[in-house]
Design a protein around this ligand. Structure first.
Ligand SMILES: NC(=O)c1ccc[n+]([C@@H]2O[C@H](COP(=O)([O-])OP(=O)(O)OC[C@H]3O[C@@H](n4cnc5c(N)ncnc54)[C@H](OP(=O)(O)O)[C@@H]3O)[C@@H](O)[C@H]2O)c1
Length: 331
């Protein structure tokens, strides 16, 4: 069994444990919260954690010999600190997105992982989703790729309160905001597929709050040799645009980038001057056989079984390049 200690008892830890519960190799043997009451309530509502020990200190939990790995499900400004504590104690780490607040922190975490010989992986669901992977496998069929476009625009339930000056964690200036919260989902798959772009142009919209300036929406054009990328992210409006990889020989389309449930391919048809029939979409795959968060635990457990220290999909370099782009966009 791979025995996890969970840090943080918020909604994301509840969500991911439903996925973890579908992999019979995963156990939860410890839960760490700022209060033992919250840890107890979390254990009561999560059957996978029913036998977990309660900790109110990460320092103590990482010394538990019955914990092999730590899941970090706490706000972004804590990721680096908790990950370093775990790695330095010889525990593997699955850390929520974004891996860190900035690239400097990300580098420290990756160096600590290499020094410890432990696995460190960002819990980025999008790139481990089988529908995304099915499209990624077909990129050669539409090559050369000319454009990647991706959108994650979702009117936030906390936005009205933000306008009144109440700042939720996901809008905290300097630690969260739209780019780190949702924009990262458009960036990460792009970097995983195509690497780091050589040129970046962006518009970032902000709101001044009593706690400082919070970014609430943005868009970016990113340049590669021979292709470009167009991204938009927002917590101020909804968008129903799919994510698309456009190539000279066809198009690959995902219904949503965060958690893709449908992947389609459109082979390039003969040029029609706009009058002929539109080319039809062919379904590649639809639906998810497992809970959407199962796949990150499966990847993590597979890597541990193989003795690997890094995921090839959610690699250290991809996490670091994404943080470098975030640094540049928010500069
Ligand atoms: N993968 C996804 O789909 C997804 C979705 C949403 C969020 N996320 C990521 O998950 C992380 C948490 O986001 P969230 O919206 O769930 O945040 P949150 O609700 O504010 O915090 C999650 C939990 O962390 C603990 N916590 C809160 N503030 C803390 C602090 N200052 N120091 C230490 N612990 C603190 C609390 O648990 P205790 O009371 O038990 O200490 C809280 O319930 C973020 O990195 C976010 O980007 C991922």
């Amino acid at each position: 069994m791979l025995r996890f200690g969970v840090v943080g008892t918020g909604r994301i830890s509840d969500w991911v444990l439903k996925g973890a519960a579908q992999d019979s190799r995963i156990a939860v043997t410890a839960v760490c919260s700022r209060t033992s009451e919250a840890a107890k309530a979390f254990i009561d509502r999560n059957p996978l954690a029913k036998d977990a020990k309660i900790y109110t200190s990460v320092d103590e939990m990482v010394l538990d010999p019955e914990v092999d790995a730590i899941y970090v499900g706490t706000p972004n400004q804590t990721h680096c600190e908790y990950t370093l504590k775990a790695l330095n104690a010889g525990k593997h780490v699955l850390c929520e997105k974004p891996l860190a607040l900035n690239a400097a922190e990300g580098r420290r975490m990756i160096e600590a992982a290499k020094a410890s010989g432990c696995l460190l992986m960002e819990a980025m669901v999008s790139t481990l989703n089988p529908n995304f992977r099915a499209l990624a496998d077909r990129i050669a069929t539409i090559a050369p790729v000319r454009q990647y476009s991706s959108y994650f625009c979702q009117y936030s339930s906390k936005y009205e309160a933000l306008k009144r000056g109440e700042v939720a964690t996901s809008f905290k200036p300097g630690t969260a905001g739209a780019l780190r919260d949702v924009g990262v989902y458009t960036l990460y798959p792009m970097v995983a597929l195509f690497g780091k772009p050589s040129r970046i142009q962006a518009n970032i919209q902000t709101i001044t709050t009593p706690e400082g300036i919070s970014d609430v929406q943005g868009s970016a054009c990113l340049g590669y040799d021979g292709m470009d990328a167009v991204l938009a992210w927002s917590k101020t409006y909804d968008s129903f645009q799919p994510t698309e990889i456009a190539g000279e020989k066809g198009n690959l389309i995902l219904d949503e980038i965060h958690i893709a449930r449908k992947a389609e391919i459109v082979p390039h048809a003969a040029p029609t001057s706009g009058q002929g029939p539109k080319p039809g979409r062919t379904l590649v795959c639809e639906g998810l056989p497992f809970n959407e968060y199962y796949y990150e635990f499966k990847e993590f457990a597979d890597l541990i079984e193989k003795g690997l220290k890094e995921s090839s999909w959610n690699s250290h370099q991809t996490s670091l390049s994404v943080l470098e782009i975030i640094d540049e966009l928010l500069d």
